[in-house]
Design a binder for this molecule. Structure first.
Ligand SMILES: [Zn+2]
Length: 210
């Protein structure tokens, strides 16, 4: 009896000290469990049948109605982005896994091949200037289809994107040279880090292509 009391007190003490990580990881476990359960439902439609574009739209609208109703009840306070991630639009990449967080404290900008157009560079600068993000993760990923296309004959079908893949390094340097970005980095108020995502797991690996 005495031992059980000690255990209860010890658990309560641990919860008082570690309640933030305890809540975060408990919630994360529930989110992952939810994804696993939904994963048993193969296909986008609930019936599992491949439908017409109109069927897809119906599915989206029905699911949006449910999700937005839930959001009305469970959404917390407005979240201020603290990190900005640049990612390829490959559907195998899940930004929630890459950032290890499903609460939305981040901006995500995505184009195939993580290419940096003028608009993308402005989007990143907007995140830094207006959202005050202090960490930018610039990512590419393994087995990137867009990188393969850019280095094959198929590039002629996507000339703008393929050209942008070849110019990615040059555009990255242009991003780092933008006055606001360069100033924030110099002042230690902004960190820009590069990673290559391991596609099957979402793990961030060191970026070696410089
Ligand atoms: Zn890709």
């Amino acid at each position: 009896m005495k031992l059980s009391r000690i255990l209860v007190v010890a658990v309560l003490l641990l919860l008082v000290v570690f309640w933030r990580p305890a809540l975060f990881f408990t919630g994360g476990g529930l989110v992952s469990a939810g994804h696993m359960v939904q994963g048993f439902v193969g296909g986008f439609s609930r019936s599992g049948e491949v439908g017409t574009p109109d069927d897809l739209l119906k599915t989206v609208l029905i699911d949006n109605e449910s999700a937005s109703r839930v959001e009305r009840v469970v959404s917390g306070p407005r979240r201020k982005p603290e990190v900005l991630a640049v990612m390829c639009m490959d559907p195998r990449l899940n930004s929630e896994v890459v950032l290890g967080d499903s609460r939305g404290y981040y901006d995500v900008v995505r184009l195939p091949g993580s290419v940096l157009s003028g608009e993308m560079i402005e989007a990143i600068e907007l995140g830094v200037k207006e959202h005050q993000v202090e960490l930018v993760l610039f990512t590419t990923h393994t087995d990137c289809a867009m990188e393969k296309v850019a280095h094959s004959e198929a590039a002629e079908h996507f000339p703008a994107l393929s050209n942008a893949v070849h110019k990615r390094e040059e555009m990255f340097q242009a991003l780092m040279s933008r006055p606001l970005i360069a100033q924030r980095v110099k002042e230690g108020k902004l960190l820009v880090k590069r990673f290559r995502i391991e596609t099957p797991t979402g793990k961030l690996l060191p970026e070696e292509q410089h």
